[in-house]
Design a protein around this ligand. Structure first.
Ligand code: R5P
Length: 312
């Protein structure tokens, strides 16, 4: 693997280091810092000419800083004659504005896809996009991984019975169906209405949840409003236990307070696509690592092997 190089910005250093541990390669030396006025300053400190380079950088908060760092690193790599550049974006931010659902709104996910490509990305590797269709915003290859394997290993160990997988809204039905298939569980859907970007309301539950152990699955948790509403509705409908498996722990705004108050939720499983500072740790939140999954995908891409067979 001497043609392989792994680089990172400052978005999730620990994840980048753990991926390198799995791959048994050292993290390439790059200086990613700022000029005194705040502009991002990058220098790749080793030769990457002819290398197959993977840049690990989720576009998580601070979103604009992390995105800009990624774009500038990609530009530096392109100008350093890397042979192929893969932007590994474990959490792809700016994904929620993915269509023109109101007059005079942008399609920010498409804009970000364009920016990444122009900056120099030849491929994208990501996990649980907010909407699968975002793949089509890129005219370069994109490998889409699913955290279901990581949650599956954890939940299989717990040997939970009478499971029902719950989609907290219509947007996550496809994801919930995939989990239900993998766990041989039932499927339920919450009819959620979004009252504002920060406020959601669970109106109905479609499916059988009474006496069941419910697993709420979603791509991301931001304020936690959707999760809390779903958990409360499930409890009211007679679910026995309620846990959540949510890939990206954005945990913004009142999220920690919402989770703290939601004592009907036994456990919230998230992954380390986004680093969690100390103030976002909670006895009911458990973080599972996607480092092994990403390392395996990187190895396969590097060796031109199938990535989809990872999920067979
Ligand atoms: C919605 O489409 C997403 O899948 C999440 O359910 C939502 O964005 C979570 O946001 P919040 O935690 O603020 O309710």
């Amino acid at each position: 693997m001497d043609k392989l190089a792994i680089l990172t910005g400052n978005a999730n250093l620990e994840l980048a280091r753990n991926i390198c541990k799995h791959l048994k390669v050292k993290l390439s030396d790059a200086f990613v810092s700022k000029f005194s006025e705040g502009e991002i300053r990058v220098k790749i400190n080793e030769n990457v000419r002819g290398k197959d380079v993977f840049v690990i950088q989720p576009t998580c908060p601070p979103v604009n800083e992390n995105l800009m760092e990624l774009l500038i690193i990609l530009d530096a790599l392109k100008r350093s004659s890397a042979q192929r550049i893969t932007a590994v974006i474990p959490y792809f931010g700016y994904a929620r504005q993915d269509r023109k659902d109101q007059p005079r709104v942008p399609i920010t996910a498409k804009l970000v896809a364009n920016l990444l490509t122009v900056a120099g990305a030849n491929r994208i590797l990501t996990i649980d996009l907010h909407a699968g269709q975002i793949q089509g915003f890129f005219d370069i290859p994109l490998d889409h991984l699913f955290a279901v394997t990581v949650f599956n290993d954890y939940l299989a160990e717990k040997k939970m019975k009478d499971l029902v997988v719950v989609s907290p809204d219509v947007g996550s039905i496809k994801m919930a169906r995939a989990y239900a298939k993998r766990f041989s569980a039932g499927l339920a859907i919450i009819d959620k209405r979004r009252l504002s970007p920060e406020k959601a309301e669970a109106v109905h539950i479609l499916g059988e949840v009474e006496g069941k152990n419910a697993i709420i699955v979603d791509d991301l948790i931001a304020t936690g409003g959707s999760l809390v509403e779903a958990a409360k509705a499930l409890k009211k409908a007679g679910a026995k236990t309620i846990v959540a498996a949510i890939t990206h722990g954005v945990l913004s705004g009142p999220a920690m307070d919402n989770i703290d108050k939601c004592d009907v939720l036994q456990k919230l499983l998230i992954t380390d696509t986004i680093p969690q500072p100390e103030e976002k740790q909670h006895s009911r939140i458990e973080v599972l690592s996607v480092a092994g999954l990403l390392a395996e995908a990187i190895k396969r891409i590097h060796h031109e092997e199938s990535v989809s067979s990872l999920f067979d």
